[in-house]
Ligand binder design. Sequence first.
Ligand SMILES: [Zn+2]
Length: 299
Amino acid sequence: MPEVNSRHCLSFDIEEHFQVSAFESPMRRRHWEQYESRVEANTERLLGLLDEAGVRATFFVLGWLAERYPSLVRRIASLGHEIASHGYGHELITGQSAVAFREDIRRSKKILENILSQPVLGYRAPSFSITTDTMWATQILVEEGYVYDSSIFPVFHDRYGVPSGNPEIHQIFTVSGLLWEVPPSTVKYMGVRLPIAGGGYFRLYPYVILRTLLRKVEAKGSPLVMYLHPWEFDPDQPRMEGSLISRMRHYLNLDKTESRLRALLQDFRFSSIREVCPPISQFYSQCVVSAGFERNIFS
Ligand SMILES: [Zn+2]
């Protein structure tokens, strides 16, 4: 019987409700500044909920947002959460050149590190867009100083996923060095690998079923890797135009996310990726010393 891993990874992708890939259009992107911002209020609600439960998490923050709300980034970090990068402008890697991708992840890392005076070592691609076609991105992540990635979703999906991907936390060997991969959780059920890690799936399955599936992963000794977004806690957000499937995925059961997360936090023990994965913690300690960052990241 494998030892049950009692601590799991909880993560949030910090973005506005109008920045999600499901509603992406060049037209809408040009007007980002004109939409009502709801990310601060939604993130504050989330921080309160985590504080009540005494749980820390990893926050993958968009550089575009960090530039506009540096105090929000500082506040998240001051509560003991880990700050990581969600890229700068929420551009899918599948639509970027290698040069543009490098610029995007370099820019977001620099913005976040300048705000925090702490190393930023983790990355999650917009819409998990490291796929078989964009695997070159892993080498660039290493070259730009990232230590881990959480973007390779080992499932079939119309917009992302590497169905043959390794579902466990593992190392990827690139010509420029090693990258830790922290894939969102999946579970094999009746021969099919199901996504159970968060987002629309978290809101779709009845909670008791979700809990049973999560316990299956936990029983194997694997840490769960869950992800959610601040807009998922905001049932009153303005509705965007988009395809029927995109609207169904985005707006389904938004009024249930908060109570489900409360239940999840009662049933499982969560923390940030850096705290759950010892090799990643070690990299943070080394970076604080070698890059001359002043503050201890665990203080
Ligand atoms: Zn995103």
